[in-house]
Design a protein around this ligand. Structure first.
Ligand code: NAP
Length: 246
C-alpha cells in the first residue's frame, strides 16, 4: 500500500508515534523516526522497521525549535529522500485547572503541539509542492473537538491543529497534497498511564465501544490517510475514539 514512499513520523520513539512508524513500514514505507529525549526507545523502533525489510533512520529533534525542524528535514532528505508522508505526532501534556495554569505550561504545550506541527507542515509542504503530491497527517484529539477540564492548553493546541489542517488543505489541494487530522479518544500510552484505575474506569464507561483505544487503532487510520485509497479526502478530522465523541 505504501511501497516506495518515504515517511517522517515525529515522536516515533514511544506510544502512538511508534505504532504509526511500524505500521507505515509494515505497509511498505521507509521511515524517518524522530525523537527528542528517548534515544534508546527510538533505536528500538528503527530496528523493528529494519527487521521488516524497510529503511529507517533516527533523527533527534525538538519539534518546538524551528532550527531543529529545519535540520531534521535536511537530514531526512539527505539520508532517505524528501518525505512523501509527514505525520505530526509529537505531543505533550501539562495539565492543570485553567485558573492555576502557569504561562510556562501553556506556552510549552502550544510550542510543542501547535508550533511544532506548524514548523513541520511548512517544511514538508515546500518539498511536497515540488513533487506535486504528498500526505500531511496531524494528531489532534477528542479534547481539541470537545474541550476537557484541566486541559485548556492542550485543547487550544489540538483545536489549533484542526484549524491549521483545514487551512493548509485549502492551500495545497490544487497541488495534489492532502492534509488531514486524526482525533483519538483515550489511548493506552505513557501519556495516559498517569490516570488512576478509577479515572480509567470512568473514561471507559463513556466509550460506546467499551474499551480504551490502542496505538494500533490510531496507526491504521493514519496509514489509510497516507495511502492512495484516501486520495479524495482532505481537510478532514477523523475521530478514532470508540464512539466517545458521538
Ligand atoms: P507519549 O506516549 O507521551 O509519546 C509522546 C511522543 O512524543 C514521544 O515519542 C516523545 O519523544 C515525543 N515528543 C514529545 N515532545 C517532543 C518534542 N518536543 N520533539 C519531538 N518529539 C517529542 O504520547 P502518545 O500518547 O503516544 O501521544 C502521541 C500523540 O497523540 C500526541 O500528539 C498526543 O497529543 C496525541 N493523542 C494522544 C492520546 C492518548 O490518549 N494517548 C489521545 C489523543 C491524542 P521522546 O520520548 O523521544 O521525547
Amino acid at each position: 500500500m505504501l511501497e516506495g514512499k518515504i515517511a517522517l513520523v515525529t515522536g516515533a520513539s514511544r506510544g502512538i508515534g511508534r505504532a504509526i512508524a511500524l505500521t507505515l513500514a509494515g505497509y511498505g514505507a521507509d521511515v524517518a523516526v524522530n525523537y527528542c529525549g528517548s534515544a534508546e526507545k527510538a533505536q528500538e523502533t528503527a530496528q523493528e522497521i529494519q527487521a521488516l525489510g524497510r529503511h529507517a533512520i533516527l533523527v533527534k529533534a525538538d519539534v518546538s525549535v524551528q532550527e531543529d525542524c529545519e535540520r531534521m528535514f535536511r537530514e531526512v532528505t539527505e539520508q532517505l529522500g524528501a518525505p512523501d508522508i509527514l505525520v505530526n505526532n509529537a505531543g505533550i501534556t501539562r495539565d492543570n485547572l485553567a485558573l492555576r495554569m502557569s504561562a510556562e505550561d501553556f506556552n510549552r504545550v502550544i510550542d510543542t503541539n501547535l508550533k511544532g506541527t506548524f514548523f513541520c507542515m511548512k517544511l514538508a509542504g515546500k518539498q511536497m509542492l515540488r513533487k506535486r503530491s504528498g500526505r500531511i497527517i496531524s494528531l489532534s484529539s477528542i479534547v481539541g473537538l470537545h474541550g476537557n477540564a484541566g486541559q485548556l492548553n492542550y485543547s487550544a493546541a489540538k483545536a489549533g491543529v484542526i484549524g491549521m489542517t483545514k487551512s493548509l488543505a485549502k492551500e495545497l489541494a490544487s497541488r495534489g497534497i492532502t492534509v488531514n487530522a486524526v482525533a483519538p479518544g483515550y489511548v493506552n500510552t505513557d501519556m495516559t498511564a498517569v490516570l488512576t484505575d478509577a479515572q480509567k474506569e470512568a473514561i471507559q464507561s463513556q466509550i460506546p465501544l467499551g474499551r480504551i483505544g490502542s496505538p494500533q487503532d490510531i496507526a491504521e487510520t493514519v496509514a489509510f490517510l497516507a495511502s492512495d485509497r484516501a486520495a479524495y479526502i482532505t481537510g478532514q478530522v477523523i475521530s478514532v475514539d470508540g464512539g466517545m465523541g458521538i
